[in-house]
Ligand binder design. Structure first.
Ligand code: NAD
Length: 513
């Protein structure tokens, strides 16, 4: 462990001020295994529950105090402030990208071209979209009545985000929440808090008044749950795992909170025999392994029609083997390090949460071992090829992109979200069969269809149980349109209109004239 003198020490950001915490947790650089920074553990040293909630209490109070002025600003004033904030992040894009890569293990290229530009765009997008919403009006002219709807901010928004796309997903929540006039208490993942802390340093310069955005760092069980249980936070926007969402739903139920839940996926790609493999193969390698396979939208089950199965498999493995794994700071590297040692020690088995004593049973790597034990074949990656790492990365959490085949649909590798660089390829005969098997999991987030038959593409897209369907492409987003999952992949949608509806309350007013 590095000397604590040289470590970055984060502080909570409450009412426009950085506030030290009495206890801290270590956050690691996944590519070296060294401690990168110390993150406030709001309440760890405190004994009583009431003490534990103090940091969150202060943040909620600050958000409450800031609400009357912020919510009464015009959309145009808020829009100008959001645009200013976007400019400030963009000005520091490289510094943010370096920090995100170090904190999360993702490649510097991914952070530079995806994470931070998207964080900038989130603010620009909602700065613009907030200016264009309209409400409804209907008349009962003969009876002398006029009805119209009015939208107002909900109040204090509790925003909780995961570690895989840290600033990208946190700003996807903060931007619409404050654009709509809410104030915020946010909690990023304890494993990737650095860029959220850096963002707080820009608020004042952008014109965001004190208390409008408060950032409380710490673990989910303490800081996160304190936000979820706080009676003065009427809305929770959460992105993370399905298991955590179940707990949040339970904890928020007594307060009847407004919930938006963006959860896990076990995303299928359906490759039909008329697919353009020159496009499909590189795109499916990317959709399986981008960001170390740590994107909720990553493909992890690839169904290939029998006529092209052998060709697909051969070319897919060849293309996967070209992916370079190594130091995230090397711009020629395609895949960096997985988030943490603990993530390698996956905590669910057949969908059941394991107690800590079972941790390590199901590492991301162990999913591969389990598949092997079941008779599946590992075509490349984990346990098959060797991984050469430079001296500085020997203690990092690296793994090769791994392709599994000859695996049953019931296998946990085909049913559970592994959230790592592991994908399974299996064959199918008919369209009907492909749809049924693609739908045969508890998740329903994102599917991909590859075919040059337009009728088929429409037909299959309609029948897939999936919040998003990409055909002959992957990860192309228009933020105007709804984002979210079906089944265990989520509740609610976010996007221009959907976020506006979620972050505001609607009222119907009737006037007798
Ligand atoms: P996680 O559920 O463990 O944690 C997510 C956030 O919730 C973290 O900030 C964590 O501290 C907090 N948290 C944990 N327990 C809590 C509790 N009891 N109360 C309140 N907050 C709590 O998820 P993760 O491991 O950080 O992220 C990976 C998961 O996120 C994967 O399942 C992935 O698919 C999902 N994800 C979904 C989307 C999407 O848009 N659908 C996007 C990215 C990631």
């Amino acid at each position: 462990m590095s000397s604590s003198k040289t470590l970055l020490v984060l502080e909570n950001f409450i009412a426009g001020k950085f506030v030290p915490c009495s206890s801290y947790i270590d956050s690691y650089n996944p590519s070296t295994g060294d401690v990168y920074c110390r993150v406030p553990d709001s309440g760890k040293e405190e004994v009583s529950t009431i003490q534990m909630y103090k940091k969150v209490e202060a943040a909620v109070r600050a958000a409450k105090d800031a609400f009357p002025i912020w919510s009464s600003k015009s959309p145009l004033e808020r829009s100008q402030i959001l645009n200013k904030l976007a400019d400030l992040i963009e000005h520091d894009l490289e510094v943010f990208a370096q920090a995100e890569s170090k904190d999360q293990g993702k490649t510097i290229t991914f952070a530079r071209t995806v994470d931070i530009p998207r964080a900038v765009y989130n603010f620009r997008f909602f700065a613009s979209s907030i200016l264009h919403h309209t409400t409804e009006c209907t008349e009962m002219a003969a009876m002398g009545y006029l009805h119209y709807t009015s939208r107002t901010p909900v109040g204090i928004a509790g925003l909780i985000s995961p570690w895989n796309l840290p600033l990208y997903l946190l700003t996807w929540k903060i931007a619409p929440a404050i654009a709509c006039g809410n104030t915020v208490v946010a909690k990023p993942s304890e494993m990737t808090s650095v860029t959220a802390w850096m963002l707080c340093k820009l608020f004042e310069k952008a014109g965001i008044s004190h208390g409008v955005v408060n950032m409380v760092f710490g673990t989910g069980s303490k800081a996160g749950e304190a936000i979820v249980c706080h009676p003065d936070v009427p809305l929770i926007s959460f992105t993370g795992s399905t298991l955590t969402a179940q707990r949040i739903t339970e904890k928020s139920a007594p307060h009847c909170k407004k919930l938006s839940l963006e959860l896990g996926g076990k995303n299928p790609a359906l490759v039909f025999d008329d697919a353009d493999l020159n496009q499909c193969i590189p795109a499916t390698v990317r959709s399986s392994f981008a960001n170390q396979g740590e994107i909720c939208l990553c493909t992890s089950r690839i169904f290939v029609q029998k006529g092209i199965y052998n060709e697909f498999l051969k070319r897919f493995v060849e293309e996967t083997k070209k992916w370079k794994v190594g130091s995230p700071s090397d711009p020629t590297v395609d895949m960096g390090a997985l988030i943490s040692k603990e993530h390698l020690e996956k905590v669910t088995l057949h969908g059941v949460q394991l107690t800590s004593s079972f941790r390590g049973l199901q590492k991301v790597r162990n999913y591969v071992k389990k598949a092997q034990a079941e008779g599946a074949r590992i075509l490349c990656g984990e346990g098959v090829d060797s991984l050469a790492l430079s001296a500085g990365n020997q203690k990092g959490y690296f793994m090769l992109p791994t392709v599994i085949t000859e695996i049953k649909d019931e296998s946990c590798c085909m049913q559970e979200e592994i959230f790592g660089p592991v994908t399974c390829v299996v064959a199918f005969d008919t369209e009907e069969e492909a749809i049924e098997r693609a739908n045969g999991v508890k998740y329903g987030l994102a599917a991909t269809v590859w075919s040059s038959n337009v009728s088929r593409v429409h037909r299959v897209a309609q029948r897939l149980q999936s919040g998003l369907v990409w055909t002959n492409c992957w990860l192309v987003r228009d933020l105007n349109l709804p984002f979210g999952g079906m089944k265990a992949s989520g509740v609610g949608r976010e996007g221009a209109k959907d976020s506006y509806e979620f972050f505001t309350e609607i009222k119907t007013i009737t006037i007798k004239h």
